[in-house]
Ligand binder design. Structure first.
Ligand SMILES: [Zn+2]
Length: 239
């Protein structure tokens, strides 16, 4: 047996064994896989501390807010950390989005919320996660942005609404599309079920990863059709 074959077998083995291990021994850090201390939940203190944070909440003009310049009027925009390919945090994001470990979003959301609590983000009235299409929701079982929003809601002490903004049409994956194609792909797919409830409110839109901002832009636009609304944005990571 060649070394390459052996390695891929080992990888498959590791994946399944680790999968089982996580199921029965959930007290390992989801990023570095060391044992968690009693007060730690899912992510160890060291990994949370070392998360490559952007600190964009401290500057009104930052690379995330600049994504929306000339496109739509966003009050404040930030992302918690830099999404780096191949890092242990990419793995953690994968577990959060696809492997059912939705509670990661809650823990990171709480931590994110306490970071931005003493900033302009404290001015928001209501937190709304970017919705998944019902079909995708059914397949995945949860909307990862809901969990993030719940964590943010807990530390910011702001209410959350997961029913008011809905996604009307399924879209293709955004990954292989240009910025314009991405925007065309999500334009007009969001609807507001109960516009009166948002009148005069400052809404914090929440998403997992911000790349071009097209999805968030489409959500913001449909919200801002309602009288006297303001929109700010908080993404977990910026690509
Ligand atoms: Zn760790």
């Amino acid at each position: 047996m060649t070394l390459v074959n052996m390695n891929s077998i080992m990888n498959i083995f590791k994946k399944y064994i680790l999968g089982f291990y996580e199921l029965f021994y959930p007290n390992l850090c989801v990023a570095c896989e060391t044992h968690l201390l009693n007060q730690e939940k899912l992510i160890c203190t060291k990994c949370l501390y070392n998360l490559p944070k952007t600190n964009y909440h401290k500057e009104i003009d930052n690379p995330v807010s600049q994504l929306f310049w000339g496109r739509t009027k966003i009050e404040y925009a930030t992302a918690y950390y830099f999404f780096n390919k191949g890092s242990k945090y990419q793995d953690m994001m994968h577990k959060f989005k696809y492997n059912g470990l939705k509670e990661i979003g809650f823990e990171l959301g709480k931590s994110f919320g306490s970071q931005i609590k003493e900033s302009v983000f404290n001015q928001v009235d209501i937190i709304i996660p970017v919705p998944l299409h019902p079909k995708k929701l059914k397949k995945r079982g949860y909307n990862q942005s809901d969990w993030l929003a719940m964590g943010l809601s807990e530390s910011l002490e702001k209410q959350i609404d997961t029913n008011i903004l809905i996604r009307a049409v399924a879209t293709d994956t955004q990954t292989r599309k240009s910025r314009f194609e991405r925007w065309k792909n999500v334009e007009n797919i969001f609807r507001i079920t109960n516009p009166e409830m948002l009148e005069g409110k400052h809404i914090l839109l929440v998403d997992d990863v911000v790349t071009t901002g097209s999805t968030l832009e489409a959500c913001a636009n449909v919200i801002m059709e309602i009288k006297n609304t303001k929109v700010s944005i908080a993404a977990l990571a910026v690509a």
